[in-house]
Design a protein around this ligand. Structure first.
Ligand SMILES: O=C(O)CCC(=O)C(=O)O
Length: 255
């Protein structure tokens, strides 16, 4: 269970870390599969030749167990609301980052897109169709030099005004990101450091970025969405912790 303080932290800052959410034996099994999928040798750094490899679509039993750890289900209920999220079928893409002097080329600030438009373009809308949370699952120890994801604290509050007039169709992802990055420029920055098994539950509008790996231990992290069963309810008398900062950022009264 998240404490009331942790829930308020999520509302204020846009994220909360659930320490040790994935049991160690499950995380170990996931990591073994991930190493296998990289095609690189875990014990031979000369095989770690690229700064980043993206692995996709892991849904074997250990990944499903990781994504559905009981402590996470409890937190989903607390942040998104009972009955308002779908149990994840696994963990999505993994940007695996290796120590490297080369630039990764994918470390720009952004928010995640959440649905595809009619033309197949990536989009977001105010009620966050398609994404109840952004989640960062750590499958390696991530220290300050190990390419922890950068986070602009409180930046989830900069995005709702940019989507307020766009209706259900929302805005095209790239164009929205350009504005969100400018709007959140002055926000303090922290990094998603932690231990294997920690999970950061993030607001879907949080502005974040990758960074180059300057450490020694390859970084394994998944960043799946939590899918909602319905769009955010911004008119509820008591909005969920995901909806509340959106309502507040628009200057609307709850209910
Ligand atoms: O690798 C990371 O730290 C973040 C990656 C990311 O945000 C993305 O690929 O969308």
């Amino acid at each position: 269970m998240l404490t009331p303080t942790e829930i308020e932290e999520f509302v204020e800052n846009g994220f909360v870390r659930v320490a040790g959410a994935v049991p160690a034996d499950i995380a170990d099994r996931c990591l073994a599969e991930l190493w296998e999928a990289t095609g690189r040798d875990r014990d031979d750094p000369t095989t770690w030749t690229e700064p980043v490899i993206r692995l996709g679509g892991f849904a074997t039993p250990p990944f499903r167990a990781a994504a559905n750890a009981p402590v996470l289900h409890e937190a989903f209920d607390q942040l998104v609301g009972p009955g308002r999220w779908r149990a994840p079928g696994g963990l999505g893409t993994f940007p695996v980052r290796f120590p490297s002097d080369q630039e990764p080329g994918d470390d720009g600030w952004h928010v995640e897109a959440s649905f595809a438009g009619e033309a197949g373009d990536y989009r977001l809308n105010l009620r966050s169709r398609g994404r109840a949370l952004l989640m960062l699952f750590l499958f390696s120890e991530v220290g300050p030099d190990d390419a922890p994801t950068r986070i602009r604290v409180g930046s989830h509050r900069d995005v709702p005004p940019l989507l307020a007039d766009a209706g259900d169709a929302g805005r095209e992802w790239f164009e929205l990101c350009r504005d969100a990055v400018v709007a959140s420029e002055g926000r303090p920055e922290v990094t998603a450091t932690g231990r294997t098994g920690d999970v950061f539950l993030c607001h879907p509008f949080l502005v974040h970025a990758a960074q180059p790996h300057r450490g020694t231990v390859p970084r394994f992290m998944a960043q799946p969405p939590l899918e909602p069963t319905a769009p955010l309810d911004l008119d509820a008398a008591s909005p969920s912790p995901v909806a509340r900062p959106v309502v507040e950022a628009l200057g609307r009264a709850a209910g």
